[in-house]
Design a protein around this ligand. Structure first.
Ligand code: GLU
Length: 282
């Protein structure tokens, strides 16, 4: 069954073959139901216009076509997250009034110190679980603006979120064990990823979210947001991450494996989308 989908690149570098294959899957599923191109440019110091342009060029070259987006318009625009702050503030307000979120002035360092036993250190890239000891008592907030403090979602400790993923099968994540109270609003006065994505996927009437499996735990967090907002969540499909020959996941800084580099080396769009990965590595 086709499902209205979205391509949601963050313009912080060149797209690579993993993006291409994820986007192709979303485009195939969206055929006939609509496909939105949404530029996720909230992290403004790292986002650059040249990466938006290279992304659009790569998508055209791959033959992936969207029906709504920054260059096409459509009923659900604007399609840049940096222009959607008023929507995100509305959602922040709903969550604050419901008592689902609270202001959290703690630095990353406070969190790590409170979460870890002395002498323990976190593996690189691991995120420590926000310790319930730093949580204020439950209650609704009377704040009318987020102010310059981060806000976190209060997760139901011990509750297991379960969803059937289009690729990964049955997925379970337990609040308080796999993830803790997460940031929905940043202290630099921007919506955080989880809030912005849920607000947009709902507003843009997305029926299936196709993305990389690194976001599986985020999906559990996002399901809690859908529930708190009284919204029906979309279906989810998380694809395995593409790794380089050394087993390291591709990143935007791996320029040699970008779509642009593969194009220059003479590969066709079909190769980038379908050829065995080993044949693409130089
Ligand atoms: N903007 C995110 C990225 O480029 C994807 C987020 C999502 O698909 O929910 O990694």
């Amino acid at each position: 069954m086709p499902a209205r989908g979205r391509l949601a690149p963050t313009p912080t570098g060149l797209l690579h073959v993993g993006h291409a294959r994820t986007f192709a899957r979303a485009a195939a599923r969206g055929a006939g139901r609509g496909l939105v191109l949404r530029i996720e440019d909230l992290d403004s110091p790292r986002c650059r216009e040249e990466w938006v342009l290279s992304c659009v060029r790569d998508l055209h070259w791959l033959g992936l076509d969207w029906s709504e987006g920054p260059d096409r318009g459509g009923p659900h625009g604007p399609y840049r997250q940096s222009k959607r702050t008023s929507l995100y503030l509305d959602i922040w307000r709903q969550l604050a009034q419901a008592g689902a979120i609270y202001p959290s002035p703690h630095s990353r360092r406070d969190v790590e110190e409170a979460a870890l036993a002395p002498q323990q250190s976190l593996p690189p890239e691991a995120e420590s679980i926000f310790p319930p000891s730093l949580r204020p008592p439950a209650g609704r907030s009377s704040a009318s603006e987020p102010g310059s403090v981060a806000w976190r979602f209060r997760v139901p400790d011990g509750r297991t979120l379960e969803f059937r993923d289009g690729e990964a099968g049955l997925v379970r994540r337990t609040a308080g064990e796999d993830f803790g109270d997460f940031v929905v609003w940043r202290r630099d006065q921007l919506a955080a990823y989880e809030l912005a994505v849920v607000a947009d996927d709902h507003a843009m009437e997305i029926e299936e979210v196709v993305r990389g499996e690194d976001l599986l735990t985020s999906t559990a967090r996002q399901l809690l947001l859908y529930e708190a907002l009284g919204w029906h969540p979309p279906a989810f499909c998380h694809l395995p991450l593409v790794r380089d020959p050394a087993g390291i996941r591709l990143a935007k800084r791996t320029a040699g494996l970008s779509i642009a580099a593969l194009r220059e080396r003479g590969f066709s769009p079909r190769d980038v989308l379908e050829a065995p990965l080993e044949s693409l590595w130089g």
